[in-house]
Ligand binder design. Sequence first.
Ligand code: NAD
Length: 511
Amino acid sequence: MALHTSTYGGNGKAPEAIESLSPATGEILGTVPIAGPDEVTAAVARARSAAARWAELTAAGRRAELAAWRRALAARADDLADLIHRENGKPRTDAIFEVMMALSHLHHAGERAEKALRPHRVPSGLMANFRCSVSYHPLGVVGVIGPWNYPIFTPMGSIAYALAAGNAVVFKPSEYTPLVGQLMGEIARQAFTVADVFQVLTGDGRTGAALARAELDKVAFTGSASTGKRVMAAAAERLTPVLMELGGKDPMVVADDADLDKAAEAAVWGAMSNAGQACVSIERCYVVDAVYQPFVDKVLAEARQVRWGADDDAHIGAITMPRQVDVIRDHLEDAVARGARVLLGGPGEIRGHFVPPTVLVDVTPAMKIMSEETFGPILPIQRVATVEDAVVQANATRYGLGSAVFGKARVRELADRVRAGMTSINSALAFAAVPSLPFGGVGDSGFGRIHGDEGLREFTRTKATAEERFSLPVALLTFRLPRNTYDRVRGLIHHLHGGGIVDRVRGKLHL
Ligand code: NAD
């Protein structure tokens, strides 16, 4: 992983630079500066002036600028994928997939913004002489603070939509993947004609804290719930609005009429791709009794095929953050101590930064593995009597990000009953790949939405406009009201909403 190290420590002082290390080999991949509060303030000031120029462009002008950045990123797709692979530890194929997904969001946001943010008329109700409309305007400067697990795809969900909605962006990438962030910034500098519309500041939590406290119009944060609370507290000093994309403990529910081959394949991939380090990884699986054993058998057969390691053939690579390995081991040991059975992998097979594909059964809700975000290639499977029980268990969480349901006859109803921001039906994680679907959670998984039209509007100020088209003989919005106004308004209320003398008599007579 790109390890944030105190290269300059040893003297008790905080580091002034970050060494990005490969999680697979420990090799130093590069060194980046840690931006301090003054640099953050200066970058936000530059962004403020860029935002004014950017907002003055026509929608077509912004679309062309975003397309130029997209082409420039695509031209460097190999370099981006290589850096993602080396800094994050994921296999090259996963890395190039990630680049493709990020570009598809940038494409969608750029192309869709004009339509999604077009002003529209709304009914004027009682104010029949008014033309009423809703319009969307850029906020100004958006600060984006990102994680390391999908170093280009995840922040792009905020960056692309914020830019397309007419804002300038200052991006602070994770200290574990700063080189990917730096390269995004370098490519942007060459592609955009509006200087500073997208800037990247490398650094650790201190840089993020300074950004959250800066004069921003919105902070879009993606990371853990605990850091999210600190970001909100810092943003509250200026009443800066926040978007919170936090962690998850995503459930998968398998009904008795599910296609078990598909469900098992999706469960293993959904739990283990990116070594389980996705906010929307399948982290717990509830399977009804009737199909439990065949499902577990199919999962085991599937999971045994998952290759792990640092070589190019591996499906899953190293765990990016060293301390996450300790969390995974702790969750596994806690589960085993409380009676879970390891069918594959397990804590004893962890090798350095590499965690084996692991399947657990006989798990209970009391185990950490079933309640806290594990962020590893782990699939715990719980047997339940009915889908109703599965829904109760799936919803018994503080989180509510993604989810998956497998079944046939009542599967849509089942999907609706899972309390989560997103649900895939007969698939896993599919919603994240569809740019027109809003992405975000409830509860400890955060609030606000990226992606889709909601994701564009998230980075705008909604404005209501009421325009008088003609004057009415009896004006309402004036002190010059006729003497009998009270009686006329009361009559109008009863005319529109009932409750007049006729209704009251009817009520008394129970008609
Ligand atoms: P993290 O919370 O440790 O760090 C996220 C970012 O916050 C980093 O850039 C970090 O430098 C910065 N930061 C740290 N302290 C800060 C502070 N006091 N003020 C401002 N910024 C600060 O999270 P992580 O380990 O990088 O990412 C993993 C987490 O992110 C997991 O919980 C995962 O589920 C979540 N995640 C959520 C989504 C989503 O869209 N919902 C997507 C990806 C990851």
